[in-house]
Design a protein around this ligand. Structure first.
Ligand SMILES: [Mg+2]
Length: 363
């Protein structure tokens, strides 16, 4: 089996109801879905951040076997210029290997340690034109009614607003549903600590990205000052970008994204680095259906650490925002059942892409 073509489908979905985190309104969502074709007719799907240029693909991918995935990824990612774009190709190679061997990707990765993961509803943004605390109360109440065991909300809107909206969401979900907060790097250290102290009373699962991931000293200061878990680093690419954060244990848990950090290949290297330093890996997932499928396979394989009768769940970020690239691109769905999402067990990633929908969302 040899790779003959790598096709990048640049997709955009326009939001009907814009929603904001701490720094911008999302008015559209985009993704690059990668299609890798082979000389035996098999097609693999991946999702990355942009596409490698044709020259890099000719040099490192075309004519090679998908089973050379690590050589291909390292070739495409070298120098960093194509690194994010290489993720989509790398994920598609795993889809192809699984299809060629008639096995789900998790089996190729060493086997599943679980057949379902605890999902957290990732939403609770600021909705344009609506009362912030009231709309979050209503949205969080829906997640409670849908059976979620955990939710994540956006903060970073200022000390008083954050305190008000965290209280509103906690009131809606009650005491038993886990609550994480995400400030999307919009605070300085002093504000991050102040906000953390104000919202600590609401029993937080973790406090995500109060400051930029490059400010390792800042994270160490915040970690000293606050009692709750700190999470972050969803936007970093490559093993070395995580090195100092992990070595200095600046975060309790890192959140590499399979479509940004470097596919399964680099993602597993990052997990190894983190686990050697007793730092937990809880992947980030905010994107389309192919990224969701890949994330599920990766999370199936991540060991509990420590192994326990009641381990810290390997939480899946279950994106609840409006995005047709996740909800409409494929006939495949990964539905919530009793707060859990099942790991797909069809060959490859277990997700098919509808060519008509690819055309519908092409930009
Ligand atoms: Mg985040």
């Amino acid at each position: 089996m040899k790779i003959t073509d790598v096709i990048a489908h640049h997709l955009t979905y326009k939001a009907k109801h814009p929603y904001a985190n701490s720094f911008m309104y999302n008015r559209s969502r985009s993704a690059t879905v990668i299609e890798v074709r082979t000389d035996n007719g098999l097609v693999g799907w991946g999702e990355g951040s942009g596409a490698p240029d044709q020259g890099a693909l000719e040099t490192h991918a075309i004519g090679k076997s998908p089973f050379d995935y690590e050589v291909i990824y390292d070739g495409l990612a070298q120098g960093g210029r194509n690194a994010r774009a290489a993720c989509g190709v790398e994920i598609a190679l795993w889809d192809l290997m699984g299809k060629a061997l008639d096995k789900p990707v998790y089996e190729l990765l060493g086997g599943a340690r679980r057949n379902e993961v605890t999902a957290y509803a990732s939403g609770l943004f600021k909705l344009e034109g609506e009362d912030h605390a009231k709309s979050l109360y209503d949205e969080a109440s829906r997640y409670r009614d849908q059976g979620f065991l955990a939710v994540k909300m956006k903060i970073g809107f200022g000390r008083e607003v954050d305190e008000e909206i965290v209280a509103s969401v906690r009131k809606a979900i009650g005491p038993d549903i886990a609550l994480a907060v995400d400030a999307n790097c919009r605070y300085d250290v002093a504000t991050a600590i102040d906000v953390g102290r104000r919202i600590d009373a609401y029993d937080l699962l973790w406090y995500e990205e109060p400051i930029a991931p490059q400010d390792v000293d800042g994270y160490c200061e915040i970690k000293q000052a606050l009692p709750m878990r700190l999470a972050g680093a969803e936007s970093l690419q490559g093993l070395r970008a995580y090195r100092e954060l992990v070595q200095r244990r600046a975060l309790h848990l890192i959140q590499p994204d399979i479509s940004i950090a470097g596919g399964f290949t680099e993602g597993r290297r990052i997990w190894s680095l983190a686990t050697a330093h007793h730092v937990r890996t809880v992947p980030h997932m905010w994107g389309g259906i192919v990224r969701l499928a890949a994330t599920l396979h990766w999370q199936a394989t991540l060991p509990d650490d420590p192994v326990a009768l009641n381990p810290f769940p390997c939480y899946l970020e279950y994106d609840m925002t409006e995005n047709g690239i996740r909800t409409d691109l494929s006939p495949t769905t990964f539905l919530l059942e009793d707060g859990m999402v099942k790991i797909p067990d069809a060959p490859g990633l277990g997700v098919e892409v509808d060519p008509e929908k690819l055309a519908k969302y092409a930009r």
